[in-house]
Design a protein around this ligand. Structure first.
Ligand code: GLU
Length: 432
């Protein structure tokens, strides 16, 4: 046998990740880096990474715990599980205890092993974050995308959910809701969540509530659907977004007692795969979830900065005639270039992939096509993550300006010039 044949995969093995691509968020990031290394001016709206530094007390806690070297329990460090339960109880008036919490190396990994452990279909609204569906398809689960409408802020409506579930009421299913949402930045209000919770309860859905951006609700008014459907909701959170620590890889799941059996199955998978989450990171995370004045201030300024930037981008897009819903949290915006369809068609652009490719080539703006979020390929939507600014400097200046100040034009020019230039490029390119 030739060497190449010896090392090629046996034909009878179904490697179901073959032919799939690397996650779109990570791929665009690498592509943008390659372009800027080649000397191009690039506006990186691709990867959704927090622009802010990890808060000082949390960095301090990590330094103090660098010596922690032991494997920790599979479900997580007891003291951290306790603090995370306390965090959810404090912020969402829940009644969780340490045993309800599972810590993992990123909420993404926890989501994957949840789908591995639970034999059910995945239900997600379109648009939804890029990795839910690929995870399900790697595992071999059925995926159902539920339609949403831009004029309803891309929200899943109770009617749509009811109509879908009614067809096969007893079918085991996981519904993932994510709000504030990636990719739209929009979020649900309590009334909507209550109605969705009723349907979820009626059909005994397992509801994975991805609240990783909850702390980045611009008005600090995030409400968890677990308040209305506690017995069937798993809350997903972590350090990546509100605590600026994406690369630390720490995620949390909060389970109701009725789903402890699922948590136990996930722990079996965890024990045979990643074993446990990094020890120093878990010790440091205790400090993050404890909260306190310094972290509150950090979050107040983070929200304020993101809100001001989101509003400026939103206004600019509206003025250019782009269809877009206003972000209410997180750092994403999801413009729809549908109103420019004819012009774009004339330029040979007929789908969101071509749109992003041409945008990058012509303007240096790197964004993600709506199709990777489950939108129809021919819809001309894109996701832009507005995070390419110096978060530490912005936080410092925002704090110096004092409470009640508005982040005016001068602040925005100082801190967001590059992003605003990228936004301008998109508008000019579209109107050219
Ligand atoms: N959540 C981030 C995004 O949507 C990136 C993190 C990841 O994909 O692992 O851009």
């Amino acid at each position: 046998m030739k060497e190449r044949e010896l090392y090629s995969p046996p034909v009878n093995i179904n490697l179901n990740v073959r032919g799939k691509q690397q996650s779109a968020t990570l791929e665009i990031n690498e592509r943008a880096w390659r372009l800027s290394e080649a000397g191009r001016k690039v506006y990186r709206f691709g990867l959704g990474q927090s622009p802010f530094p990890v808060p000082d007390p949390v960095v301090g806690a990590l330094q103090l715990n660098a010596h922690q070297k032991d494997y920790l329990p599979v479900k997580g460090l007891e003291a951290l599980r306790e603090v995370v339960a306390g965090y959810h109880n404090r912020t969402q008036h829940l009644n969780l205890s340490a045993e309800d919490i599972m810590i993992g190396p990123g909420s993404k990994e926890l989501m994957f092993i949840l789908q591995l452990a639970y034999y059910g279909d995945l239900i997600i609204p379109t648009p939804s974050w890029v990795s839910y569906a690929p995870q399900a398809s790697i595992i071999g689960r059925n995926i159902h995308w539920l339609p949403t409408q831009s004029y309803q802020q891309w929200h899943l409506t109770p009617d749509t959910l009811e109509t879908f579930c009614r067809n096969d009421p007893g079918h085991p299913r996981i519904l993932i809701l994510n709000y504030p949402a990636n990719p739209t930045g929009n979020t649900y209000v309590s009334d909507e969540l209550k109605k969705l919770a009723q349907i979820a309860r009626k059909y005994r859905l397992i509801l994975l509530s991805d609240e990783i951006y909850g702390e980045l609700h611009y008005k600090h008014q995030h409400v968890s659907i677990a308040r209305y459907y506690p017995e069937g909701t798993i809350i997903s959170s972590g350090l990546s977004k509100w605590c600026g620590a994406g690369g630390w890889r720490l995620g949390t799941f909060a389970f109701p007692k009725s789903l402890h059996w699922l948590q136990d199955s996930m722990a079996v998978i965890a024990s045979e795969t990643y074993t446990s989450t990094s020890a120093p990171i878990q010790y440091a995370a205790i400090r993050a979830f404890e909260g306190g004045a310094e972290i509150d201030t950090y979050l107040t300024h983070s929200r304020k900065i993101l809100r001001a930037l989101a509003k400026t981008i939103y206004d600019r897009f509206r003025k250019a005639g782009i269809a877009v819903t206003e972000p209410r949290g997180a750092f994403y915006i999801f413009p729809d270039f549908g109103p420019f369809k004819d012009r774009l068609y004339e330029r040979g652009i007929t789908n969101s992939r071509d749109l992003c490719r041409r945008l990058l080539e012509d303007t240096g703006v790197a964004a993600l096509p709506g199709s990777v979020f489950g939108r129809a390929p021919e819809e001309l939507t894109i996701r832009m993550a507005f995070v390419e600014f110096d978060g530490a400097a912005a936080l410092k200046d925002c704090a110096a300006m004092g409470e009640g100040c508005t982040l005016n034009g001068a602040f925005q020019q100082n801190h967001f010039a590059h992003i605003l230039e990228g936004v301008e490029k998109v508008c000019e390119w579209l109107l050219a």
